[in-house]
Ligand binder design. Structure first.
Ligand code: SOE
Length: 378
């Protein structure tokens, strides 16, 4: 029997447009979903390139104006994979038109922007989700299950890092395609909204709300040529940020992110230390969950490395056979699958409201970077 279709209108065909498109294509092949995702339309300003993208990924049609996409009555879900400065207007217009909305992270450039987006989806009563994909790496999902089962007991410490090195060259321009993440007007912030937002989302999911933060931020290269204007302009983003946090549960945390850690391309690591045990995870070895169980007595007590690829591990029963790997792309596939499953059951997280809470933390971090004070993060 054919399933009801979920007709998707995607905005943006960059890196994230590809990850989302791939996710919607893979999800129904590996998960038994109540709706069949259909790549109905891709929207981007450059018609030729949008057509190429449509042909490659199997989109049925092309739009060059997102407002026209939203007006179409053959679209159920608007998925926003466009740069951050477009999230707010597109999401609100989509919700007002009664469409479901998915949005790439961070939800807003500021928490004020995302508050308005939350209000719009809640007023319209439309399903919504933000693509914080790392929650759905099986080893990270397993960490969540272990924490919930009480395996770690009381949590004392949370430690996260997201390190890159791709903006060190001083002659790298800011702005335009590929480099909009360096333009504060478009991105909203630098590593705080782009990378630490991931760490904060995972952290609050695993360890609850963040109460207060104190941060230091730095912009190492103060001026860059703007790729669109050709002018040398001040750089408004944070190149590096480190902050301390106190969680609502009393645990203490350190977070660090930079695009100036020579040699690191996307080193996302997290460690959690609890009363009964500790967990460590590293994106570069994403199937491994390192676990120290203090309950093991005797000389063999120590860190064990769990290869999270067995059928009973989160999501893995839907893939190959035990021991074989999946990767970064599949975290998006899991998210697409969970969103679709949630349409007929409990809505999948992170919702816009969850992602707004992350924006409140990043706002507080950026504020603290300026004031040098502890700031409230909720
Ligand atoms: C930046 O380089 C980036 O692509 C982020 O925008 C993504 O969210 C992150 O997952 C990987 O790094």
């Amino acid at each position: 029997m054919s399933k009801p279709k979920l007709r998707i209108g995607m905005v943006g065909y960059g890196f994230m447009g590809r990850t989302h498109s791939n996710a919607f294509r893979e999800a129904p092949k590996f998960f038994d979903l109540p709706h069949e995702p259909e790549l109905t339309a891709i929207c981007a300003r450059n018609k030729d390139r949008a057509e190429e993208f449509a042909a490659n990924w199997g989109y049925g049609s092309v739009e060059t104006d997102w407002r026209a996409l939203i007006e179409r009555d053959d679209i159920d879900l608007i998925d926003i994979a466009a740069p951050n400065n477009m999230h707010h207007d597109i999401a609100i217009a989509a919700a007002e038109a009664g469409k479901m909305v998915m949005c790439e992270k961070p939800l807003g450039r500021t928490a004020a922007e995302s508050a308005a987006m939350v209000a719009a989806v809640e007023k319209a009563g439309v399903p919504n989700m933000v693509w914080y994909n790392y929650r759905r790496i099986p080893a990270v999902t397993m960490a969540k299950q272990m924490i919930e089962s009480g395996a770690l007991g009381r949590i004392y410490h949370y430690r996260a890092k997201f390190l890159q090195d791709w903006t060190i060259a001083t002659d790298l321009p800011q702005g335009g395609e590929g480099l909009w993440r360096l333009d504060v007007e478009v991105a909203g912030s630098g590593v705080t909204g782009d990378l630490l937002a991931h760490c904060i989302d995972t952290a609050m999911w695993l360890n609850g709300g963040i109460d207060t933060v104190t941060a230091m931020t730095e912009t190492f290269v103060k001026e860059r040529e703007h790729a669109l204007t050709g002018q040398v302009e001040p750089v408004g983003i944070d190149d590096a940020c480190a902050f301390l946090a106190r969680f609502d549960n009393g645990s203490l945390a350190t977070f660090e992110s930079t695009r100036y850690a020579r040699g690191h391309k996307a080193l996302y690591t997290l460690e959690i230390n609890g009363e009964h045990g500790s967990l460590f995870w590293d994106l570069h070895d994403l199937h491994r969950l390192e676990y120290f169980d203090h309950g093991v007595e005797g000389t063999t007590r120590g860190w064990r490395s769990i290869h999270v690829t067995d059928g009973e591990h989160p999501y893995m029963g839907n893939w190959w056979v035990p021991g074989l790997s999946i990767g970064y792309a599949e975290s998006f596939t899991h998210q697409a699958a969970d969103f679709i499953l949630g349409l007929d059951g409990e809505a999948a997280a992170p919702t816009f409201a969850d992602a707004h809470r992350t924006d409140l933390v990043t706002d507080a971090v950026l504020k603290s970077g300026k004031t040098g004070q502890w700031e409230t993060a909720h």
